[in-house]
Design a protein around this ligand. Structure first.
Ligand code: ADP
Ligand code: 5GP
Length: 187
């Protein structure tokens, strides 16, 4: 388990984390993203096995009972978890692994991997901008939007608790900063 590198990206929903990760993966193909398991429904354009492994609650809980997750959490009313087998085997073979986690999963990673987990928090310029982005994405119901905003306010209080914090104000500027941080971790 000691060989590879671990980068965790954490951000309140709607900050632009998926947008930044997509750019990062295109520029850094050596970064392998762990595909999480979730019980939430796929959004338009999301593919099973690519964006997530979409599973039923029964399947998720069975996997949890079989100790199949490195970490799992209930986020915005749905279960999300990181599969153990994939991560362990990839780390042994020296892979550079990228994780997209909420703060609970990030804290589990920090307890488990300590300084081996390099955590980058992505913050929105403000809660108002975050709300506009979430609304603009057009993927959430009013209830889900409200829940994500409530959670965002709590998650934002953690922005200085990790290794790096990048503010996603202007996308190109934020991306340039993010890639500099990632290159520093990988070198
Ligand atoms: P997350 O993965 O953090 O939930 P997304 O990547 O889906 O967020 O981004 C939320 C919305 O905000 C999307 O519609 C995206 O196109 C937009 N967005 C992302 N970054 C920026 C930015 N820097 N400026 C303006 N809009 C952005
Ligand atoms: P979304 O539903 O917007 O794709 O993701 C909601 C939240 O769940 C995001 O903060 C995302 O980072 C987080 N998430 C995605 N996969 C996992 C996972 O495997 N474990 C944990 N703890 N959080 C995850």
């Amino acid at each position: 388990m000691a060989q590879g590198k671990i980068i965790v990206i954490v951000a309140p929903s709607g900050t632009g984390k998926s947008t930044l990760i997509k750019k990062l993966k295109a520029d850094k193909p050596e970064l392998l993203e762990s595909v999480s398991y979730t019980t939430r429904s796929p959004r338009e354009g999301e593919e099973n096995g690519v964006h997530y492994n979409f599973v039923s609650e029964e399947e998720f809980l069975a996997m949890k009972d079989e100790d199949g997750f490195l970490e799992w959490a209930k986020v915005h009313g749905n279960y999300y978890g990181t599969g153990k087998k994939f991560v362990e085997s990839q780390l042994e073979s020296g892979a550079y692994l990228l994780f997209d986690l909420d703060v609970q999963g990030t804290d589990s990673f920090k307890s488990f991997f300590a300084e081996k987990a390099n955590v980058i928090f992505i913050a929105p310029p403000s809660v108002e901008v975050l709300e506009q982005r979430l609304k603009g994405r057009g993927t959430e119901t009013q209830d889900s939007l409200n829940l994500r905003l409530e959670n965002a306010k709590k998650e934002l209080q953690r922005k200085d608790d990790y290794d790096y914090c990048v503010v996603n104000d202007d996308l190109d500027r934020a991306y340039a900063e993010l890639i500099r941080v990632v290159e520093g971790i990988l070198k």
